[in-house]
Design a protein around this ligand. Sequence first.
Ligand code: SF4
Length: 453
Amino acid sequence: MAATGFTPILSGDAKATRNKQKTRAARVVSLYERPPPYDAALEELEAFSLDRLKVLRGIERLRLSNASEAELRQKTKELLRKYLSGDELRKDKISHFMLRLAYCQTKDNRDWLVDKECELFRVRFEELVHKEQKDFLQDIELQVGLVDQEEFERVKGSLAAAHGGKITGTHREFFKVPFEAVPSLVATRRVFVNRGWAYVGAHQMAPLVVGRFKEHLAKALQITAKAWPHVAATDESNRLAPIVSFLSKQYQGSSDYTEVQTSGNSVVTLDEIPNLAKRHFPMCMKHLHASLMSNNHLKHQGRMQFGLFLKGIGLPLEQALQFWKTAFAPKVPGDKFEKQYAYNVRHNYGKEGKRADYTPYSCMKVISTTPGSGEHHGCPYKTFSESSLRAQLQQLQITGSDQRQVLELSKNHHYQLACGKVLQLTHNGFQAEEGINHPNQYYKLAKDANCNC
Ligand code: SF4
């Protein structure tokens, strides 16, 4: 065998034989390329999906709480044992495909699902021993070759150089992949490259395989998003559609905060907004409110982020129209407001255009936007400079080591944890280990706690 030749993992015959068998690898990890071939009762569909959501939300919480890699792996295994064991393969496949249906409709939901499923996939892949990883790579027909003993001896020196001067494993711990499949490893010189092949350690394979999984799932969700409305409108309108709709609202735990409260104390009036902003709004909404008050204007993205938030806390449409009109009044005359802005407010409440009931933005959506010049939307823990954030914290009486902790969390991109910490520091009785998922969740938690600000 030439030193740079490609030794496929299995020959054609061997592959055919192996394809008839289910490897352990194929039971533990899957690209979910084919819909599950199982019958399931409707109750099972819902129960399995809720259990998978518990695993994915558990992973999200671990990430938000800055868990170490070892802790993430350990806790994920525990979550899998607790929620997805038993009829493992069936439950895994059914729940995955159900969540695809539930989370395909909006970009936010698709991104969330892809992100969490990738984490789960990665942990599972890394748990496989080398032979199982090899089986899986063969199952998904990734162009990967083995390194035999003779070749290993020949390239050992170069491998050692690329791996920091030391190789602890044997030839069995290396794969060969086309170098363009691992651009980040090549760019950072963490692999030995020879004649188009990158010699990748088994521990370096996960990003490559997760990349494949991610690409596949993102594409599948786009296709499902296009197909599902047609299916839901016909045969499945009474069967699957209610479950899918219910599941799609579950990732924040209880509510998607779309409902405008209409009874008793939960209706908010425009006169209450300044006081509520001061005491119970998260920093993103405090900032939008303050900018609106000082500039008598907000650009489109800011109006969307803030307007939908206000709708979610219970500001009725008529009050919302009055609120925006009054705030804009010094700069925008009443008739111009009616022509240019009132439509948008009504639109957000589902009274114009497609008459869709628009959802307040989640933290994930807010964080993913970047305000341009003269814009004030986005998450301040991400967009503010350190000095601006410090000044905001100062205003909330957050100083000393508490302030440093919030600044440190923001600097390390843990925006939702920083936000949770601020809520904890300004409202007695709230524990913030898990961070904040939604501005309207912050508001609700803040209102339910005792404000000490
Ligand atoms: S973490 Fe969420 S609620 Fe808090 S400021 Fe950022 S976007 Fe707003």
